[in-house]
Design a protein around this ligand. Structure first.
Ligand code: NCD
Length: 291
């Protein structure tokens, strides 16, 4: 299980019991009473971001600050030694020599694992290219768990770029541990990679009325254009009519044109709450990992 000093690279090493255990513990961080989290020893956390980020980097920053820690933010890597051709490994070795934990976002799949292999301090994967985004998945699962009180027995419809979307890559693996039904909706060219695909998934290019009417969670993602993806889809007013009243609509954000702001006032829109759940998740992770 996740313990003091461990890196957090993927959710795929955890079983169903571990995940539920993590989600229950996250809920103890989900309150406004920050006082009891102030530790007696301040730690330094490096936020090393080679790719753009708003929510992930700022929520790690906020979580660390609320826990009483300090953050060294490195997000303009063009002004660091990376611009001189330094390898990821050497940058990690350098930071690890004076910080207690490294939160890493990098454009290459597998970068977080590589970093953890050379790091003397824990590494948290904040997104490795088209690989995984496990902290996002924890907050996604937590949002669903908070709403439904369970993860078993749910029908989850993922609508988006399944080829390049790392949030999807992490989420399907975690949902697979539970008794969930997964529908994959999206352009034919943006299908889930074979290594993650399971026969039991239902694939469709369109969110048909039949699929929408049986959906508990609609999880939307944008087309990852910066990774070469192309395609178009969007939640329509008809889709919204077909979705059950007690369903929820999620999105890791940022959204582009697949989810119009006309839906924001709908009681089923959960994406802003989902985003704010990121704080509890990241407070929990830092607390657990830094001890
Ligand atoms: C996601 C990411 O970085 O993968 N954003 C996030 O962390 N909330 C989703 C995306 O960029 O589409």
């Amino acid at each position: 299980m996740l313990s003091k000093g461990s890196s957090f690279i993927t959710l795929s090493i955890y079983n169903k019991h571990d995940i539920l255990n993590l989600l229950d513990t996250i809920s103890t961080f989900d309150d406004q009473n920050l006082k009891r989290f102030i530790p007696n020893k301040k730690k330094l956390i490096a936020n090393l971001f080679y790719e753009p980020s708003t929510r992930t980097s700022s929520s790690f920053y906020a979580a660390a600050t609320y826990l009483g820690h300090e953050v060294l933010s490195i997000n303009n890597v063009q002004y660091s030694s990376v611009a001189k051709g330094e390898t990821l490994e050497d940058t990690i070795r350098t930071l690890a020599s004076f910080v207690h934990c490294i939160v890493l976002r990098h454009p290459e799949e597998g970068a977080a694992k590589r970093a953890a292999q050379v790091s003397t301090v824990p590494v948290i994967n904040a997104g490795d290219g088209v690989g995984e985004h496990p902290t996002q998945t924890l907050l996604d699962l937590y949002t669903i768990y908070k709403h439904y009180g369970r993860l078993d027995g749910l029908i989850v419809t993922l609508m988006g770029d399944h080829k390049y979307g790392r949030t999807i890559h992490s989420l399907v693996q975690a949902l697979d541990l539970f008794d969930t039904k997964i529908n994959l909706i999206g352009p034919i060219d943006l299908k889930l990679p074979k290594k993650l695909y399971k026969e039991r998934y239902l694939e469709s290019v369109e969110l048909t009325a039949n699929i929408a009417m049986l959906t508990d969670v609609l999880y939307m993602t944008r087309v990852q254009r910066e990774r070469g993806a192309q395609g178009h889809y969007a939640l329509t007013r008809l889709d919204a009519e077909n979705l059950p009243d007690n369903s929820i609509v999620m999105h890791p954000l940022p959204r582009v044109d697949e989810l119009g702001d006309w839906f924001d006032t709908d009681p089923r829109a959960k994406y802003f709450e989902q985003m704010s759940n990121g704080l509890a998740v990241r407070k929990f992770l830092l607390d657990r990992i830094l001890g």
